[in-house]
Ligand binder design. Structure first.
Ligand code: AMP
Ligand code: MG
Length: 321
């Protein structure tokens, strides 16, 4: 029986699992050091994070210098943005606020067309350039980078690297549902049994699969954070092209070679849906995905290629594409 230790971190729950309790506690120490350092760089919430400092230069023509970790993650986020035609958009800070997220005042009505248009104008990703290595230009005033769709995954990869360097073995890292397995679990098992949550909350899990050593998994869901406006639930994942919360999708899960790729993909595949999502996934070797459409009366899981070991809860119908 492996030992799970969990604690609050970055507004969510972090955990590690390993064969021994003592090892889990030591792994936790390694992870918290990594997360504390990362939070000071990527946090959307903290006014003293490096990201907040960078956002403070929006509207100037300056080349803003970036730490190596922020430079790398921003380039990776903008690569996914370009690849998805802006469906994944790291500039949604103002849009998130217009819908009452990211610490903004709660909203009781949908933002007006004018408010949304103004927020979207500040999310014009084609304006952002990387003119030199280690530098970014944010020429539009009011622009606000939000790395919430990808940062946790990159933190998990950093924790993975730190644990590997410190010669840990058989550890499962979890940061708010972003997982990565450092080797298989102990006792000769070649993977970690991983559950996919039922987004409709009817059963304890929608399905399960084996996460193998080195692999990462991430999930995005409409159940995580949402606002209710006039009885309608709006999820915290926006279509980066329209600035409106995604409708029709309940959850996505992605398995990928790194947690950053899994995190970014789970968010963008939630936005793109099955058809366009499958096309994007084809450019990501070693990745597999599943979608759960927001049809509670017909619970369905749509699987991409690459799943060999997926077990669905009997309540869910499986569709292979
Ligand atoms: P995740 O739980 O990884 O799917 O990330 C959701 C978070 O990503 C949200 O809370 C926002 O901070 C951010 N976000 C929402 N919509 C998008 C989008 N279309 N592209 C990039 N980030 C987004
Ligand atoms: Mg994500």
């Amino acid at each position: 029986m492996s030992r799970r230790v969990q604690w609050p971190e970055m507004g969510t729950v972090a955990a590690v699992q390993s064969p021994q309790r003592e090892m889990s506690y030591r792994a936790k120490e390694v992870c918290t050091a990594v997360y504390t350092e990362a939070d000071a760089v990527f946090s959307t919430w903290r006014t003293d994070s490096e990201l907040a400092r960078v956002n403070g230069y929006a509207g100037t023509n300056d080349v803003i210098h970036l730490s190596p970790s922020l430079d790398r993650l921003l380039r990776s986020a903008f690569a996914l943005c370009r690849e998805s035609g802006g469906a994944f958009n790291p500039l949604l800070g103002p849009v998130m606020e217009a819908w009452g997220f990211n610490g903004a005042d709660p909203v009781t009505t949908e933002p007006s067309a004018a408010t949304l248009q103004a927020a979207l104008a500040r999310a014009e990703w084609r304006d952002v350039t990387f003119p030199v290595p280690g530098g970014i230009r944010l020429p539009r005033a009011g622009l606000k980078l939000d790395l919430g769709g990808i940062a946790k995954g990159s933190c998990v990869d950093a924790a993975y690297a730190a644990l590997e360097k410190a010669a840990f073995r058989n550890v499962l890292i979890d940061l708010g549902g972003n997982l990565r397995a450092l080797e298989g679990s102990a006792f000769g098992r070649d993977g970690w049994k991983t559950a996919v949550r039922d987004p409709f909350g009817k059963v304890s899990f929608a399905g399960s699969f084996l996460l193998r050593g080195g692999e990462a998994a991430a999930s995005s869901g409409n159940y995580e954070r949402f606002v209710v406006i006039k009885g309608v639930r709006y999820a915290h994942i926006m279509d980066g092209r329209t600035g409106r919360p995604v409708r029709g999708m309940a959850a996505t899960t992605v398995v990928a070679p790194t947690a950053e790729e899994a995190d970014g993909l789970s968010t963008v595949l939630f936005v793109l849906g099955v058809k366009d999502g499958m096309a994007l996934l084809a450019n990501h070797p070693g990745c597999r995905a599943l979608w759960i459409p927001d049809t509670p009366d017909e619970p369905t899981i749509i699987l991409s290629d690459g799943w060999t070991d997926f077990h669905a809860h009997p309540r869910f119908r499986i569709k292979n594409r």
